[in-house]
Design a protein around this ligand. Structure first.
Ligand SMILES: [Zn+2]
Length: 266
């Protein structure tokens, strides 16, 4: 009996050390892959239209976007247990954040997205569809827009609806997505991204200041949305049910603007 216990203990130790080596090997491989991609895309900048990318560069976009995001000093640390992130996660290769990246003509974009059940706002140049984890971009979209969609892909685990969106509405969801996108871009010393989400970003920045970057990022990337929802409800002196109804109010076909106004941010 004693011997059997010893063997089991040794086997466990061996397994742990194999797992550790695998993780280290995978991290080294990812770093190498990422540095090659950074080299390949260095000739472009944030606001370069995707139509200038070669077929191969377009195909490598999920890998490149993930490298940008996980190597970001400000955003990367929130992804270290994310099922779709390759960092510290042996089973998830680089680029596994989405199933596909699809290009659409600018003028057919909104009708193409309607067929997927989404009504897109005029500022959207792309869309992340969590049902099948696909990214959709207009031909005229930029690398900055692609990174924005990549950030969206980390706001949901597998194929569920992002809880940040369902709890706080589209306005804050887009604003916070753009703030994280801007952080990723500035962490790599790229030019600031052009986008149409000025009001959303104004609201999101005030929201991040008030409820802290950690609490907001935990809700966005790690589904820990309850502490944030409770803090928002407390500040507005309403209950969670009233918060849900408030964020559901539609302005020009989108939810969440009223919540930003009630919070006094816009
Ligand atoms: Zn978006």
């Amino acid at each position: 009996m004693g011997d059997l216990n010893m063997d089991t203990a040794q086997m466990k130790k061996d397994l742990e050390s194999i797992k550790k080596s695998l993780r280290e090997g995978q991290a080294a491989l990812r770093d190498l892959q990422c540095s090659l991609l950074f080299e390949a895309y260095r000739k472009y900048n944030t606001n370069r239209s995707l139509k200038y990318l070669s077929r191969g560069e377009l195909a490598m976009l999920p890998e490149f976007i993930e490298c940008m995001i996980i190597a970001s000093r400000q955003v990367g640390p929130f992804l270290n247990k994310h099922p779709q992130a390759s960092n510290f996660n042996v089973s998830s290769p680089v680029g596994d954040i989405v199933s596909s990246v699809n290009k659409h003509e600018d003028y057919t974009f909104s009708s193409d997205m309607r067929k997927r059940g989404f009504s897109v706002d005029g500022n959207a140049r792309g869309l992340y569809d969590w049902h099948d984890r696909s990214i959709h971009l207009q031909m005229g979209a930029t690398l900055g827009h692609a990174i924005h969609e990549g950030v969206h892909s980390f706001s949901s685990f597998t194929t569920e609806m992002p809880v940040f969106l369902s709890t706080l509405g589209s306005f804050l969801y887009e604003g916070v997505t753009q703030v994280f996108t801007d952080q990723v871009i500035s962490d790599h010393q790229w030019d600031a991204a052009n986008h149409g989400y000025q009001d959303e970003v104004t609201c999101a920045k005030a929201f991040l200041r008030e409820f802290t970057a950690i609490v907001v990022a935990n809700a966005y990337f790690r589904r820990q949305v309850v502490p944030l929802a409770e803090a928002v409800a407390r500040k507005l002196k309403i209950n969670l049910d009233q918060l849900r109804r408030l964020k559901d109010i539609q302005t020009n076909g989108r939810s969440g603007r009223d919540l930003c106004e009630k919070l006094g941010y816009i």
